[in-house]
Design a binder for this molecule. Sequence first.
Ligand SMILES: *[C@@H]1O[C@H](CO)[C@@H](O)[C@H](O)[C@H]1NC(C)=O
Ligand SMILES: *[C@@H]1O[C@H](CO)[C@@H](O)[C@H](O)[C@H]1NC(C)=O
Ligand SMILES: *[C@@H]1O[C@H](CO)[C@@H](O)[C@H](O)[C@H]1NC(C)=O
Ligand SMILES: *[C@@H]1O[C@H](CO)[C@@H](O)[C@H](O)[C@H]1NC(C)=O
Ligand SMILES: *[C@@H]1O[C@H](CO)[C@@H](O)[C@H](O)[C@H]1NC(C)=O
Ligand SMILES: *[C@@H]1O[C@H](CO)[C@@H](O)[C@H](O)[C@H]1NC(C)=O
Length: 549
Amino acid sequence: MGNTFLNLALLIIFHFSMPTFSMKLTTILTDQSALLALKDHVIHDPENVLTTNWSASAPVCNWFGVSCGSKHRRVTALNLTGLGLVGTLPPHLGNLSFLSLLRITNNSFYGRLPVQLSNLHRLKYLSFGSNYFSGEIPSWLGSLTELGGMSLYHNNFKGVIPFSLGYLSKLQILVLSENRISDLKEKFLKEDHLETTQSNHLRGMKPCVVQLDFMFQTAKLDLLEIPRRRKDKLPTQEDMIPLGTWRRFSYHELRQATDGFKDSRLLGNGSYGSVFQGILRDGTIIAVKVFKLELERAFKSFDVECDVLRNTRHRNLVKVISSCSNDLNFKALVLEFMPNGSLDKWLYSNTQYLDILQRLNIMIDVASALEYLHHGNATPVVHCDLKPNNVLLDEYMVAHLSDFGIAKLLSEEVSMIQTMTMATFGYMAPEYGVEGIVSTKGDVYSFGILLMEIITRKKPTDEMFAGERTLKSWVIESISASLNQVVDPKLLSTIGREDLKVENYALSILQVGLECCVELPNERLQMKEIVMKLKKIKEKLLRDMERVR
Ligand SMILES: *[C@@H]1O[C@H](CO)[C@@H](O)[C@H](O)[C@H]1NC(C)=O
Ligand SMILES: *[C@@H]1O[C@H](CO)[C@@H](O)[C@H](O)[C@H]1NC(C)=O
Ligand SMILES: *[C@@H]1O[C@H](CO)[C@@H](O)[C@H](O)[C@H]1NC(C)=O
Ligand SMILES: *[C@@H]1O[C@H](CO)[C@@H](O)[C@H](O)[C@H]1NC(C)=O
Ligand SMILES: *[C@@H]1O[C@H](CO)[C@@H](O)[C@H](O)[C@H]1NC(C)=O
Ligand SMILES: *[C@@H]1O[C@H](CO)[C@@H](O)[C@H](O)[C@H]1NC(C)=O
């Protein structure tokens, strides 16, 4: 008995200490032997690159195509593009534990991908395009959770797209074209990644760009909005820049792109500075956020925003294309342009209108972004300024959270901090407004207010809210009386949707909103739970819509 217990305890200790133990043991020598194994597995090297350059007498970090981290001097990138190499990939590559970029595009590698590559947990970008790899697309690729870009085009992969790829929540680009993928798994496309709305319009879930095989799946893909957009524009190298390595622009280039920061290009002014629309020489439309540097606040805001955006990537966060910092005189961020503007604009427009599904999708998008910020990184990020103005919509009406100018990075040990920076009145949690306490719970509160605003189309700062009466108390009052008084009349009067009982969904959403807004921070829901609740409401809505149709 005692012995069994001891064995069990030892087993547990062994089990948990093993990964750290083996991690510590790997060194640059491990990296070197992994690369030498690759060299051994290359049977033809027409340009004699590996043969002459990859020599054990030179430091690994100086080898052709190899890059190392500046601090730890371990191999972080392996880029062997277009060298005409023929061979297979050895399992040893799985020992390159610091690797974040693996690119062997346009060679003649063949055989299967070794399962040991699933150990490359830091991998952000992987490209095996234009080779002769065969076998099924391995399902273990789904365990490389940091992947932002994966390209397997033009190989001999066959079979199905593994379901596990759906777990790659940071994946922005997936290119699978020109393979022998015979069964385009309906489930992968339909339920988990793309969905139809009433207008019979497909909306991308994730990843942002899925490229399959145009030749093979034309008929089906023509139904999809996403690949159609990209059909003429294949993802370029720039689409796939790994995290932290932004393309750089000079002040001059940004000036040109925005027509000299002309007023007609102004998208909006904020306390930090202004946002302009710009067009790059290659036709890409961008948003340029220029910081007012005479304000110390704006100066800090630039640094914080860069910090947050450099370290995060999620489909519901606005993507940074570059930063531009011309010493002390000019600081700007170049962001992806969001053609459909802010949620604020949509909610309060007299001509545009969002239906219940669109509103719910936007809520889920924002909630997913917050879940990622709060729980998806070692350092939780608190947005601190959630409001409809900071929720931007792309051309597919997918919502992206923006403006991290007053965001706070919490350390692992500290779950709340105190600050003097003030967020927007009306959306701030009470503990933030009164004592300046910042924690993820404050974002939850603001999110609750946002939910109520999206359903009622009333700002928390509306003049009807004065004295004791707030948006929250008004919703509480009305939920128990007659709900129709609070719900946006536009939402209820949807023609052709009379059977849908929109008010029931509105009610469920308002209840989630109220649960986010309880006074005591610790009693508020977590973003994870909120995402789940909203998704459940949406599932029910979709079923209902199916039935009504
Ligand atoms: C190997 O290639 C790198 C990069 O091109 C070069 O800097 C280095 O001098 C080469 N080393 C040898 C031994 O040829
Ligand atoms: C990889 O190498 C090729 C050719 O040397 C180069 O054009 C490309 O920019 C490199 N890519 C990355 C991501 O380093
Ligand atoms: C692929 O690499 C070969 C050299 O091996 C080169 O001639 C060719 O232009 C490359 N193709 C592309 C599309 O980059
Ligand atoms: C690296 O990987 C290979 C094969 O997966 C293995 O045999 C070897 O022991 C590993 N460790 C080191 C330190 O090279
Ligand atoms: C926005 O700010 C810029 C620079 O501070 C100023 O020139 C411009 O008039 C402002 N525009 C609006 C619409 O407020
Ligand atoms: C969003 O913007 C795109 C591009 O400007 C436009 O084609 C699309 O119709 C807009 N979406 C909606 C729902 O209006």
